[in-house]
Design a protein around this ligand. Structure first.
Ligand code: FMN
Length: 186
């Protein structure tokens, strides 16, 4: 059973509906640890060695966040910039993440059909996530098919329950090594 680490980021959690439901579902899933970046680092002063140790003690890493300008909230970028260091995550002797799996769990305001050629957002979610997929590749990680919730502003209470259950199943598959991978583990 893989140990799954959810790195969660939402800069306005008090206003969140979708991620609030999803993060509660993650916390209730066996074998899943949730680490809330804005809660831990409201000042963005990330403790690099603590974060690296957390990553070292897990096998799969999920970046869970709302889609902001076709990417992540800023603290996720700061976290990647600081934590994935040369000679630890990549480069000479940089093997700490090798063989682990990276994945993303994203809520998007836009509907699924907006994320294609001819649609409002032109690119698919997978295309827009290319920098994350390539980060996984450089670090010798696999990259799992993303969990996406579309039309985030139009989900009623019943839909939020359904999406939470779907998220738990997706996390369970990651934990049990049954997730489809967009990029296989090398
Ligand atoms: C700064 C900002 C940027 C956003 N960019 C996107 C985007 O690029 N694509 C999209 O589909 N939705 C975008 N949204 C909508 C959010 O993804 C949506 O509000 C969020 O997923 C809802 O989840 P929550 O209930 O947890 O806040 C954006 C929202 C904000 C505030």
């Amino acid at each position: 059973m893989a140990r799954v680490l959810v790195i969660f980021a939402h800069p306005a959690f008090e206003r969140s509906r979708v991620n609030r439901a999803l993060v509660a579902a993650a916390r209730a899933t066996e074998g899943v640890t949730v680490h809330d970046l804005y809660e831990a680092y409201p000042d963005y002063l990330i403790e690099v060695r603590d974060e690296q140790r957390l990553l070292e003690s897990h096998d799969a890493v999920v970046l869970q966040h709302p889609f902001f300008w076709y990417s992540s909230p800023a603290i996720v970028k700061e976290w990647l910039d600081l934590v994935l260091t040369y000679r630890w995550a990549y480069g000479e002797d940089g093997t700490a993440l090798r063989g682990k799996v990276l994945a993303q769990a994203i809520s998007a305001g836009g509907p699924e059909l907006a994320y294609k050629r001819g649609g409002l957002n032109h690119f698919s979610v997978r295309e827009l996530l290319a920098p994350f997929e390539q980060t996984a590749r450089l670090c010798g990680m696999g990259y799992a098919e993303a969990f996406t919730v579309h039309g985030a502003h139009h989900l009623d209470a019943a839909a939020l329950v359904a999406e939470s259950q779907r998220y738990q199943a997706w996390l369970g598959a990651l934990r049990d090594g049954a997730s489809p991978l967009w990029l296989p583990t090398p």
